[in-house]
Ligand binder design. Structure first.
Ligand code: GUN
Length: 291
């Protein structure tokens, strides 16, 4: 058996096109342009790449992008003051503070300072609580993108057995909440889970979000299961030449593709959906702010 590939790149392009249509309609009808502010503290190369990509796609969708790049020695108080300024700015509908933050900054304090209505990452405890209690919330972008691909591929998820490997606040926990909201039977597995292979083999839907390259082999996968690989890991690729690297997921793609019914590739699966969902959340925040 060879799995169907779930094309996140094509799906994300459709989501971005829908957002662009919504943005244009909002401009025509009300003269409002959604604005997204992204705050980057420090020089982390991966974060710089993400932030550049976010800015470019925000503008391509017809929205305003405001980038704030701060030195990695910026005091916590200055960062909190910037967040307050963005909270009060009517041109800013979405605020994203790129994580991780430097060690001297209290991440929880900064996330708590963001106006929950502008929290397009869905990391504020109010949004976490709203999601957990099944109420209207800002939903974290990566799990939201995964859910959209699952619904698109499988239709109704109700009654399916879902296993999420990874318990991060950014992906694992909100992913589990979303699957529960769609009436799946959900297990959150993690590094201390006993018999992880056995737990994974029960899954109709397997979401791998542990951040460990190729950790989930094909023989952990139930034949025909739908596999969502959230991992983005860089590993050496000597076959491409000395010192070269390549991107792989948390799933061992070559063995998994022989067993799964459908799978997201890395790259080109979950990754592109994250920014597309960020744009969708910004449009949603703007619409809610303007009634
Ligand atoms: N760092 C890695 N992923 C994310 C994300 O989704 N949002 C933010 N703010 N920072 C991140």
């Amino acid at each position: 058996m060879t799995a169907t590939l779930i094309d996140g790149k094509a799906f994300a392009a459709r989501v971005r096109a829908d957002v662009a249509t919504g943005v244009a309609a909002l401009k025509d009808a009300h003269g409002i342009t959604p604005g997204l502010a992204v705050v980057l503290v420090g020089e982390d190369p991966a974060s710089q790449v993400y932030v550049r990509s976010k800015g470019k796609q925000t503008v391509e969708a017809g929205m305003n992008s405001y980038e704030h790049k701060l030195d990695d020695t910026t005091p916590e108080a200055d960062l909190l003051a910037l967040v307050e300024k963005l909270n009060a700015d009517p041109a800013v509908h979405g605020i994203l503070v790129q994580l991780p933050l430097p060690k001297h900054v209290d991440e929880a304090k900064v996330l708590a300072a963001i106006d929950p209505a502008k929290d397009v990452d869905g990391f504020h405890v109010l949004n976490v609580g709203l999601l957990g209690t099944g109420q209207k919330a800002m939903v974290p972008c990566t799990p939201l993108g995964c859910l959209m691909m699952l619904r698109d591929h499988l239709g109704d998820l109700s009654g399916k057995t879902a296993v999420v490997v990874g318990r991060s606040n950014i992906v694992g926990k909100p992913m589990a909440q979303l699957l529960l909201g769609d009436s799946c039977t959900v297990t959150i597995a993690h590094s201390r889970t006993k018999d992880l292979a056995e737990v994974c083999r029960r899954a109709d839907i397997l979401v791998a979000a542990v951040g460990r390259a190729q950790m989930v082999p094909g023989d952990w996968i139930k034949p025909g299961a739908t596999v969502i690989d959230v991992g983005i890991n860089r590993i050496p690729a000597p076959e491409k030449g000395e010192g070269k690297t390549r991107l792989v997921g948390d799933v061992d793609f070559d063995s998994a593709v022989e067993v799964a019914g459908a799978i997201t590739p890395v790259p080109g699966g979950v990754g592109p959906m994250t920014i597309a969902c960020l744009l969708a959340n910004t449009l949603t925040a703007c619409c809610r702010a303007n009634g």
